[in-house]
Design a protein around this ligand. Structure first.
Ligand SMILES: [Zn+2]
Length: 102
């Protein structure tokens, strides 16, 4: 079976790459800021930080899928994810159906 190509246009992919890079930078920055002022409310901080670290890995995964041309296709069933949804959630890696069945 030949892997389906991403249904997005080059321009759309460029836009989404920019969104992902910006998002990744934002999350990375927040993690760095948390590392700076550790000590206050350690429980809350570590929960928040875990969420940010998870978010960062999702951005990184989305960018690596972008690099190998599979971005925009559901990670689970390879259904194309609509561009409108990717614009809102560029780090989404699964389609709506797979998301709701998780
Ligand atoms: Zn799917």
């Amino acid at each position: 079976m030949i892997a389906p190509a991403s249904p997005l246009t080059t321009v759309q992919l460029q836009d989404l790459t920019r969104e992902l890079v910006t998002g990744l930078a934002r999350v990375t920055r927040r993690i760095e800021l948390m590392d700076d002022d550790s000590g206050d409310e350690p429980g809350l901080d570590s929960d928040q930080k875990l969420g940010l670290v998870t978010q960062r890995s999702v951005f990184e995964r989305a960018l690596s899928r972008m690099a190998d041309g599979r971005y925009g296709l559901c990670e689970t069933c390879s259904t194309p994810i609509p561009y409108g949804r990717l614009l809102l959630q560029p780090e989404d890696l699964v389609c709506g159906d797979c998301l709701s069945s998780q």
